[in-house]
Write a protein that binds this ligand. Sequence first.
Ligand code: FAD
Ligand code: NAI
Length: 483
Amino acid sequence: MKTSYDLVVIGGGPGGYEAAIRGAQLGFSVACIEKRVHKGEPALGGTCLNVGCIPSKALLDSSHRYEATKHELADHGISTGDVNIDIAKMLERKDSIVKGLTAGVAGLLKGNGVDWLQGWGTLVDGKSADKKVKFTALADDAETEITAKYVILAAGSVPIEIPVAKTDGEFIVDSTGALEFSEVPKRLGVIGAGVIGLELGSVWRRLGAEVVVYEAMPEFLAVADKEISKEAAKLLKKQGLDIRVDTKVTNAEVVNGEVVVTTDVKGETKTETFDKLIVCVGRRAYSEKLLAEGCGIELTERGLVAVDDQCKTNLDGVYAIGDLVRGPMLAHKAMEEGMMAVERIHGEKAQVNYDTIISVIYTHPEIAWVGLSEQAAIEKGYEVKTGSFSLAANGRALAQGEGVGLIKVVADAKTDRLLGMHAVAVGAGDIVHQGMIAMEFVSSIEDLQLMTFAHPTVSEAVHEAALSADGRAIHAIQRKKRK
Ligand code: FAD
Ligand code: NAI
């Protein structure tokens, strides 16, 4: 076994495996240490490919097709017989997508000459010029000391557990368990109306579960622009997601094969019973077995590895990326940080623009944004102007039966510069990429007004939202004076 590398990456999730591949492209000898075993097999791809982004989107797609077939086709004059769902088949499809992708990553590492070491990596000494990493093999627990000029820590995150609702893997589960229900729960409780609660709550609701989502905060989706979260709440409630804000779960226990949930709603105690309960109240950085005592790495108060804007830790030559460090816990953010870290090691000036990291919640319609919300822009001291456009007046959305939601732009009123784009709309996740590109090129609202958007497309609503910022939207009556 080779014991000396230019670069050792600990963690083979989207952050780690992309860093490893980029390192090999730049001519480094690279090892990527990953300890994950998924469905009995060692697996690369991290949370994202195995139990996160990909399997959740596979189930979102299956459940959306089921619901649309059942409830939307009649409007098109299409009749079907009984529409049924085979849950085992749906899960099998998800698993085969995951397997294909994780095997693909293994192929990419091999093809690029990266050694995948199957087991645990522990940074033992990060202070010396030659870093020391202990590798503990999954196969036989054998320990090997590996030296590296550079180390990237990419150990990711795990679900936060709460004492009032301890997961048991069967009735009370985390997001991983919620990807594996073998039948549709009749009643499903969800703790946390965040990204996972909305996505996985939607999956099982579409398949027939009655879903109650408990949210401790008084406001729904406080991270989003208020106009967007208000519209999203309206649409999701209409779909049947019973979202209860300002509701604290004080206890959840399994009694006779059912989950009894006790809540406190403004001082009033209530009890409800469910077949299953999902706990999704956020994730925490995962650094167990990653850092040996005395390895020299500084952590933040919240247990994240402390890094600067370039993902450098306090130790020369040691970087940390992805869910293990500050910032949103998103796969694309982890990937870009991985590439930036390696390119920095190689002496280049790569930089992630943290102001344009896109957020997407893959409900239907999707909820997505980039940049500042109206409220955040005001808090930052901008004199703000906004424009929004309802999809109820967008021809393409209506033709697709998707005429709900809105697109909104936020700009600096003084300079006209675009500060944010927000959408709750069919394909919102793709649409806000236009905002991301526009912001990267320091575009103004006027730039968006002057461009010719294809008709009929949902993107025309971006054009109209930009026009509406100056009272010039064509397919809306605007009281503002035309500029
Ligand atoms: P991870 O993907 O967590 O990978 C870290 C890897 O390191 C893990 O495989 C772990 O086994 C390994 N590891 C840890 N410690 C060690 C060690 N000491 N030695 C060896 N290996 C170790 N994000 C999005 O952007 N879009 C989405 O649609 C999306 N959907 C999601 C859905 C769900 C249900 C969940 C749970 C998450 C979702 N995310 C999504 C978040 C996304 O999965 C994470 O942000 C992303 O995986 C973080 O990448 P990472 O490389 O930092 O860490
Ligand atoms: P989250 O942070 O998105 O949402 C957690 C929610 O739970 C918050 O609204 C919070 O107020 C609430 N909460 C916290 N404690 C609570 C309690 N005791 N009772 C009731 N509510 C409580 O976290 P989530 O959904 O677990 O997702 C974790 C991470 O995974 C997210 O940060 C996200 O970045 C990532 N993810 C991203 C996806 C995407 O990009 N589409 C999809 C799924 C996850």
